[in-house]
Design a protein around this ligand. Structure first.
Ligand code: URP
Ligand code: ZN
Ligand code: ZN
Length: 467
């Protein structure tokens, strides 16, 4: 069936006008003013459902390029599966996510991909792609990079931290970047100094300092600033496109700013929590475990830096690093902060939080909102203009958003498979009302209308170092 969205305020990264969107099949066929006539002539000759969007924003489906679904980590699994996580994402206006496949050290990338395909294929409700996390770079891995790119996995994640588990050294980083550049991909990084952090964790534990506060104190700003600069240096030397995930602080952003002075582009992602929450939450004794994540929450001055960085075009993407754990899982670290599974839930909240705290409070424009939450992730990771915008030929991933609706975040009503909210009681202005995914109404009247397996794996194109 064709679908006509009428009289909405259509906002993309560059446009903002009142008009109509015509959807035929899975894609947008026309965008403009007064499309009724066009709809009547709709070539498939089928009925046209009309959705009145008067008073609503009509924006592209959100793209969250940093989520961890059903991921084995720190002796447990993140609690959202590809089914529950992508469904919750849809409720929150995010139609596409990029999840992380983790290579097991001593094993191949192919084995890891097969394992993740086994969990995601046929279960995801919303669309998804994969980053491949390279945790063991050797001649075998090198030979697999081209195969991954061919299969639409064009981004390769690295960890400069989690020593003894996921971390690679600079030798591997340099060699990986050379190969990824050759094959047309991008290297993404968790940029913190793993050796310094490893030492600080051991020191705090030896001193009997075991509460969540010491998770924070084991990862000071300098660990991130140093690693971000080092990553930028290696990317510059190899010429490989580089993307820093979950950047949190002034020191790290200044390292990137410095790189621009030698005319280098490094893509930067921050996450919604680093814009809105700060390290004072770690002073709540074990309750602070809700926000134990890496890197940790920082200071208010860092939030100011990140908001400014978005407006300066230095911070390109606002993601979530969604990595939820049930409270019982968090309790694994009740007696030792280093055993608290790292991560927090936000996949469902990102679009509404960023609108309410960003656009509504006058920190970013509406176009910038769409740019960092939808368009840039699609562009950087090789999915634009299929994803991330509303234009003829794009997938009809569309969110009807009520900019005036007020609501309160609570675990009792969210759809993520986690028994607490990191934003419990936050009162927001602006709410997702209706979500289309590839032309099908997926969310309407508070219900999810598409089932398990509706979500498709989206292969991604080769990556350029610019957008
Ligand atoms: O605390 C976090 N960020 N957990 C997920 C893994 C990662 O480092 O992104
Ligand atoms: Zn990370
Ligand atoms: Zn992550």
């Amino acid at each position: 069936m064709s679908l006509l969205i009428k009289n909405g305020r259509i906002v993309t990264a560059t446009d903002d006008f009142v008009g109509d969107v015509l959807v035929e099949g899975e894609t947008v066929s026309a965008v403009g003013r007064s499309l009724d006539g066009v709809a009547e002539r709709s070539p498939d000759g089928k009925a046209v459902r009309v959705i009145d969007a008067t008073g609503l924003l009509v924006i592209p489906g959100g793209v969250d390029p940093h989520v961890h679904l059903d991921m084995p980590f720190m002796g447990t699994f993140s609690s959202d599966t590809h089914e529950t996580g992508t469904r919750a994402a849809l409720f929150g206006g995010t139609t596409m996510v990029i999840d992380f496949v983790l290579q097991r050290q001593g094993h191949s990338l192919k084995e890891a991909l097969a394992e993740w395909n086994g969990r995601a294929a046929g279960t995801a409700v919303g669309d998804y792609g994969f980053h491949m996390a390279v945790t063991d770079y050797n001649d075998g891995t090198k030979a697999e990079i081209a195969e991954m790119v061919e299969q639409g996995i064009t981004s390769f994640k690295t960890f400069m931290a989690y020593k003894g588990a996921l971390m690679i050294d600079d030798r591997q980083m340099t060699a990986l970047m050379q190969e990824v550049k050759k094959q047309g991909g991008v290297v993404t990084v968790h940029a913190t100094n793993g050796d310094m952090i490893d030492y600080l964790i051991a020191k705090h534990r030896a001193e009997g300092k075991l509460s969540p506060l010491y998770h924070y104190l084991s990862q000071p700003e300098v660990t991130e600033a140093e690693a971000s600069g080092r990553f930028a240096d290696i990317a510059n030397y190899t010429g490989c496109p580089g993307y820093i995930v979950h950047l949190t602080c002034e020191g790290a952003l200044n390292a990137v700013r410095n790189a621009t002075r030698r005319n280098q582009k490094v893509f930067v992602e921050t996450c919604i929590q680093y814009l809105l929450l700060d390290a004072s939450l770690y002073e709540k004794d074990f309750d602070g475990a809700r926000w134990v994540m890496s890197p940790p929450l920082r200071q208010r001055k860092d939030q100011e830096t990140l908001w400014a960085g978005i407006n300066q075009g230095l911070v390109n993407v606002v993601a979530t690093d969604h990595c939820p754990f049930m409270w019982k899982q968090k309790l694994m670290g009740e007696k030792d902060f280093s055993r608290i599974p790292n991560g927090h839930p936000a996949i469902e909240n990102r679009m509404e939080l960023l609108y309410s705290e960003g656009v509504q409070k006058g920190r970013i424009s509406l176009n910038k909102y769409v740019e960092v939450a939808c368009t840039n992730p699609a562009k950087i990771f090789g999915m634009f203009p299929r994803k991330g915008t509303i234009a003829p030929g794009s997938d009809a991933d569309i969110v009807l958003f009520d900019p005036a609706a007020r609501h309160t975040i609570t675990a009792a009503s969210h759809h993520m498979n986690v028994d607490y909210s990191a934003y419990e009681g936050w009162e927001l202005t602006g709410q997702v009302k209706t979500v289309l995914l590839r032309g099908t109404v997926a969310i309407e009247n508070g219900r999810c209308l598409v089932g398990k397996g509706y979500g498709k794996f989206i292969p991604r194109a080769k990556v350029r170092g610019f957008i």
